[in-house]
Design a protein around this ligand. Structure first.
Ligand code: GLN
Length: 242
């Protein structure tokens, strides 16, 4: 079997270790004998319907989000929405997450329209939220990451969060939520990279991609002792630095 991973804006929106998510997805496929191809799709490059099995969109600074927001508007964003509506798995972190909501209003500069995949919107605050994060997710258990964002994301009535913040700020530092879930799409503020220390989320994305492409496929478990140890170390660090 083969999965094709679309790394959206990989050369312009890729900060705080986000490329590690793509590496983890590809490697967790290969460890299971599943071929994985990573295709980076940049500004001005068309998104071909049906070509990709899984989408990843990393974080970026406000200035990098401006041309990307322009690029994802219209047909490209519509194709991405249709893929997710069709069950395609997607992970978006921070700047990518923000542009999948209704809009991102930076502290300075124009309001950036999103594609409205998530029932959410983001407005930048005066203080940046920076630090280690621990989230309790009903779906994925304990989730760890690192946040660095000025945006405060608020969830609309149809949105459900990835989880509840145990340590850190999360979506907006006030309602206790972190991230957003819609069908097989996950948005969050968790850099780090997220997936190497949170393999349950990586395998959720891989499993959803395999089911969509090949029907029901059993995903053999991997020995995640090292990943669990890394997550435990991240929780200890978050406790020590809060
Ligand atoms: N520029 C956005 C913000 O500051 C996203 C930052 C990021 O992707 N880490 O909120």
């Amino acid at each position: 079997m083969k999965l094709t991973i679309c790394w959206l804006y990989g050369t312009t929106m890729n900060i705080y270790g986000d490329r590690g998510n793509v590496l983890a997805l590809a490697q967790r496929c290969r460890w299971r004998g599943i071929d994985a191809e990573v295709v980076t799709l940049g500004v001005g490059e068309p998104l071909e319907p049906g070509r990709y099995d899984l989408f990843f969109w990393g974080g970026g600074q406000d200035r990098e989000q401006i041309p990307v927001a322009e690029d994802i508007r219209g047909p490209k964003g519509e194709v991405l929405r249709a893929e997710v509506e069709d069950g395609a798995p997607l992970l978006a972190v921070c700047g990518g997450y923000q542009l999948l909501g209704a809009f991102y209003r930076p502290h300075d500069g124009p309001e950036l329209p999103g594609i409205g995949l998530f029932d959410a919107w983001t407005i930048a605050g005066d203080e940046r939220f920076i630090g280690n994060v621990v989230v309790d997710s009903d779906e994925f258990g304990e989730v760890v990451g690192f946040e660095n964002h000025s945006g405060r994301t608020h969830l609309g009535p149809t949105a459900r969060p990835l989880g509840r913040v145990r340590i850190g700020h999360g979506n907006n530092g006030s309602d206790g939520t972190e991230g957003c879930r819609y069908r097989n799409a996950i948005g969050c503020y968790l850099h780090g990279a997220l997936l190497p220390k949170n393999p349950a989320i990586a395998d959720f994305l891989i499993g959803a991609a395999l089911r969509r492409r090949y029907g029901e496929v059993a995903l053999p478990p991997l020995d995640d002792a090292l990943e669990a140890a890394a997550r435990a170390a991240a929780v200890r660090r978050a406790l020590a630095t809060r």
